[in-house]
Design a protein around this ligand. Structure first.
Ligand code: ZN
Length: 278
């Protein structure tokens, strides 16, 4: 858990850890002049100081898309995933998605239904280990987007629908660079959308104390994945769905507060109706 840091009250600048979008201004409908900050979409490190906003959390809907019946495809990038030491984690994560997409975690998101968009259960549509290319020691967000686009074109990944969500898992030893911010230094995972609305989440291997959060690796990864899953459902294009300008997305407000659901560790999510992390 992340204890409040009263000396950081109102420190808005530090809350926005995520870098600006790599999209050009003119392509980004969210850009609104010089005040623009990229919407929060990362899982912060467990050890990062918890910045408590002076503003009470209240998600508001910004008229963008929602994933009403999420279709999750898991992609494990790199031949390292074929090693005997890593394959149990792949199985664990696929089993987790099969469970969580029809669980109470998704039921609780129904309070964020809007006219014409009802959030229901989802499903895992498949999985693959991608070995035709390697992520290497450092992989950029731009390279991840390019990989997704080319693998969808090649048919290695299913074509996108309005509900598609591609979860990209990186192997041990690969650091993700998102606009200069790095995994295990600045974040433990994030979700985003490409300019052509491919919705995706990036989950670096939690190989550092800040991203294990005192949990075993499989539990840390289900916790951070549940954070990104709920955010991708309620705010697939960051900042255009359910969002709070001061506090971020549904999972950001409750970062590293966890519960056990079935046999999995998941993160609590912000509930407007309960006025609490639930
Ligand atoms: Zn988040």
């Amino acid at each position: 858990m992340l204890p409040p840091q009263p000396n950081h009250l109102g420190s808005r600048k530090e809350r926005f850890m995520a870098p600006r979008a790599s999209r050009k201004k003119s392509q980004d409908p969210r850009h609104s002049g010089t005040e623009y900050q990229h919407p929060l979409r990362i899982v912060p490190l467990h050890t990062a100081p918890r910045i408590v906003s002076a503003t009470h959390p209240e998600l508001t809907y910004r008229n963008g898309p929602l994933l009403t019946n999420a279709e999750v495809f898991t992609l494990f990038w790199g031949s390292a995933w074929q090693a005997a030491a890593n394959s149990p984690l792949m199985t664990h994560m696929n089993d987790f998605f099969d469970f969580v997409l029809t669980s109470k975690l998704l039921d609780q998101l129904a309070e964020y239904n809007v006219p014409g968009k009802s959030i229901g259960h989802g499903k895992r549509t498949g999985t693959t280990v991608l070995t035709s290319s390697e992520p290497g020691k450092t992989v950029t967000d731009a390279a991840i987007q390019k990989m997704l686009q080319s693998e969808i074109t090649a048919g290695t990944l299913p074509g996108k629908t309005a509900n598609s969500l591609y979860f990209v898992f990186l192997p041990p030893g690969t650091q993700v660079d998102q606009g200069g911010s790095k995994s295990c230094t600045s974040f433990c995972g994030y979700h985003d959308s490409t300019a052509d609305n491919i919705f995706y989440a990036v989950m670096p291997y939690p190989g550092c104390a800040g991203c294990e959060g005192g949990l075993a690796v499989p539990d840390a990864l289900t916790s951070t994945s549940s954070h990104e899953l709920c955010e991708a459902i309620t705010d697939p294009v960051p900042g255009t769905g359910w969002y709070d300008d001061a506090n971020g997305e549904i999972g950001d407000i409750c970062a590293w507060k966890t519960k056990t659901l079935g046999s999995y560790v998941v993160q609590l999510e912000w509930s407007n109706s309960a006025d609490a992390c639930v």
